[in-house]
Design a protein around this ligand. Structure first.
Ligand SMILES: CC(C)(COP(=O)(O)OP(=O)(O)OC[C@H]1O[C@@H](n2cnc3c(N)ncnc32)[C@H](O)[C@@H]1OP(=O)(O)O)[C@@H](O)C(=O)NCCC(=O)NCCS
Length: 134
């Protein structure tokens, strides 16, 4: 990864900068998601990536209070993608979950991200299920 990009576990961020990053990466209109409150209230940890102070990457790690952790909202700014930031974010998140005593890190992803999560990040495929509630 570009050495100018710094990763921080539980890194400080504002709601507006994470919403902007998320909207750019997932291609949606920015909203008013209360990220800071969600993270402090519900996350085991999270990892930020910054380049010259700009938030360019993020991954959220939600825990069950036991041995399971789930990766959510992995994202890298479109103009910074393909430079190893996503892989480094997931590796840091896995190490944070390990340090917190977790035994398992879960993620679900669409088929086009198999190369990222499995080949680049080392997750192994498993059967999983999902129910859409809305
Ligand atoms: C998925 C994402 C986080 C990857 O971040 P990144 O910094 O571009 O990834 P890396 O540079 O660390 O890529 C590592 C490897 O993963 C693979 N990869 C990365 N992004 C990929 C993508 N979008 N599709 C398929 N493979 C991908 C590549 O094989 C790459 O290997 P290479 O370095 O030999 O080219 C980023 O593309 C992103 O933010 N996408 C939009 C949001 C999203 O879909 N997030 C996932 C939610 S489950």
């Amino acid at each position: 990864m570009d050495p100018a990009i710094a990763l921080h576990a539980r890194g400080a961020l504002t709601d507006a900068e994470l919403e902007g990053l998320h909207a750019a990466a997932f291609d949606h209109e920015p909203g008013t998601t209360p990220w800071g409150r969600r993270l402090t209230d519900h996350s085991l940890t999270w990892v930020t990536a910054r380049h010259d102070g700009r938030l360019v990457g993020f991954v959220n790690v939600v825990g069950d209070g036991g041995v399971h952790a789930i990766l959510l909202d992995t994202c890298v700014a479109p103009d910074v993608q393909g430079r190893g930031v996503g892989r480094a974010l997931v590796a840091a998140a896995v190490e944070q979950a390990r340090a917190a005593g977790c035994h398992w890190v879960h993620a679900d992803y669409e088929p086009h991200l198999v190369a990222f999560y499995e080949d680049a990040c080392g997750l192994r495929p498993t059967a999983a299920g999902l129910v859409r509630l809305t």
